[in-house]
Design a protein around this ligand. Structure first.
Ligand code: NAD
Length: 494
């Protein structure tokens, strides 16, 4: 089987790691299918990438923002033209079904066009002064060299959320993608170059968190770290950045919940639960891993859900019949299995699944049966900790107040949803939910690039990706006062 060799992109050239070391990436649906060999980089490669990114800063900052936007517009066009081929590769290396891989690339396309438009906006403000003949405005300044660290679950969408706004704000950047999905990241960088991005503006360094991520975070010339991944890694990065006065934006884990009230449209809720819990094999930061049901409808909905979950078709995401692909790797398979044991020990009742799925061709990959627990209470670990797999915990409640209390009863704060046909209850939940994202009559997943994305509590650190809020991550506000009175004027004193 072909084993293509992929490279880093450093200092304007495709290259191996300095050490010459490599790692292989495999298809999680079929361990025999090798996606390719990638450079196992380290601090030496990061050093070269930073030097190059520093050398290109001035030139890139002189490029007018609309010109920077035009490059991103071309990126969107190329992504559109190559969408199918890129989706096939993404499904092979990440496992998500083809329809979802197309969606991942579509999100990068949307982000390219949206951010291209920012090239002609990057709006600041003009604000009145309290003094006569004084003009006040705000401008956006670039931050500098950005270290962009991304996870494997959205191999192209998440890099696009970071790279495009970083570039439009006139920063240069170093992308360190997850080592489970390096091929999609490589294609992404190739497309930026094809679109006309000056080569030293963006660097791509493959490798592990400790070997590449840590040196990137610790490099004194890196001004900003934008990280998406687990809360544990994010916390370590944030601790270092705060000690060294680095700007840091974090998008981390979630323990998202869907509430279904007794007045809800149950057919609609059922579709939302299946998509929210088992879409992307539960490996979305916004996946619905808790289902909070009002008692009156709990047994009917649980019964119908069980039927759907048992009949989900598992397999390679490349097959059009497949509804759920594999987990990303062996480690994740073990982690999900361990949580099933934890749930059982805690006294939750396993309704279906709970084991790796090895029927037929699935024996070659990291498949796990759709899993549902009932009799869960909110303090159980399976209701508190992020599992990141197709595991749903059902919690029954008396009324909306208890439902909202349970939904908020977690250290995470990414996405919460409520199904109800009562507008008053919906607005009550919107206000009471402690999360960055709220859905009404829709599952907890489904970001759109023109809206802020991110969470509170252990999910984030106050920033929001996508939308115009991303610009606040990748630029610094500069406040300008122009006094044209010809005399010294003293604010708050004159
Ligand atoms: P992870 O934290 O293990 O890795 C994320 C990235 O950080 C990878 O590129 C990894 O190589 C790198 N990394 C690991 N250790 C590092 C270190 N010490 N220093 C610097 N970089 C390091 O997470 P993962 O398993 O790849 O992704 C799954 C997690 O990501 C889940 O917790 C999920 O909820 C979260 N996630 C969050 C969002 C969001 O927007 N909130 C989106 C997608 C995924």
């Amino acid at each position: 089987m072909a084993n293509p060799k992929f490279l880093n992109f450093i200092d304007g050239a495709w290259c191996s790691s300095k050490s010459g070391k490599t790692f292989s990436n495999i298809n999680p649906a079929n361990k025999d299918d090798i996606i390719g060999t990638f450079p196992a980089s380290d601090a030496q490669d990061v050093q070269k990438a930073v030097e190059s990114a520093a050398s290109s800063l001035e030139e890139w900052q002189k490029t007018p923002p609309p010109k920077r936007g035009e490059i991103l517009f071309r990126v969107g066009e190329i992504l559109q033209n190559r969408k199918e081929e890129l989706a096939q590769l993404m499904t092979r290396e990440m496992g998500k079904i083809l329809r979802e891989a197309r969606g991942d690339i579509q999100e990068a396309i949307d982000m390219a066009f949206y951010t291209a438009g920012e090239g002609r906006r990057l709006l600041g403000q003009t604000v009145p002064s309290e003094l006569p003949n004084k003009f006040c405005m705000t401008l956006r300044d670039p931050v500098g060299i950005c270290g962009l660290i991304t996870p494997w679950n959205f191999p192209m969408a998440i890099p696009s959320w970071k790279v495009f706004p970083a570039l439009i704000c006139a920063n240069t950047a170093i992308l360190k993608p997850a080592s489970d999905t390096p091929a999609s990241a490589t294609k992404f960088v190739e497309i930026l170059l094809e679109a006309g991005l000056p080569p030293k503006t963006l660097q791509l360094v493959h490798g592990t968190g400790p070997e590449v991520g840590t040196p990137l975070v610790k490099h004194p010339q890196i001004e900003l770290i934008s990280f998406t991944g687990s809360s544990q890694t994010g916390q370590e990065i944030a601790a270092y950045c705060s000690q060294h006065h680095k700007k840091v934006s974090l998008e981390m884990g979630g323990k998202n919940a869907q509430i279904v009230l007794e007045d809800a449209n149950l057919d609609l809720a059922l579709e939302g639960i299946v998509w929210g819990a088992f879409g992307t094999t539960g490996q979305r930061c916004t996946a619905s891993s808790r289902l909070i049901l009002q008692k009156k409808i709990a047994s009917e909905l649980t019964h119908r859900l069980l039927n759907r979950a048992k009949n989900l078709k598992l397999g390679s995401g490349l097959l059009s019949s497949t509804e759920m692909g594999p987990l990303i790797n062996q480690k994740q398979l073990e982690k999900v299995s361990e949580y099933v044991q934890i749930g059982q020990k805690e006294g939750a009742q396993l309704l279906t699944g709970g084991h790796p799925y090895r029927e037929g061709e699935c024996s070659k990959g990291f498949f796990f049966s759709p899993t549902i627990f009932t009799n869960v209470h909110s303090q159980m670990r399976i209701a508190q900790e992020e599992i990141f797999g197709p595991v749903l915990a059902i919690i029954e409640v008396e009324d909306i107040e208890e439902a909202i209390h349970v939904a908020n009863d977690t250290s995470y704060g990414l996405s919460l949803s409520i199904y109800t046909q009562d507008i008053n209850q919906a607005f009550h939940a919107i206000r009471a939910f402690k999360s960055g994202i709220v859905y009404v009559n829709a599952p907890t997943i489904g970001a759109e690039v023109q809206l802020p994305f991110g969470g509170i509590k252990h999910t984030g650190n106050g920033h929001r990706e996508a939308a115009q809020t991303a610009l606040d991550i990748f630029s610094e506000w500069k406040t300008v006062f122009i006094d044209h009175s010809g005399r010294l004027q003293k604010a708050q004193i004159d």
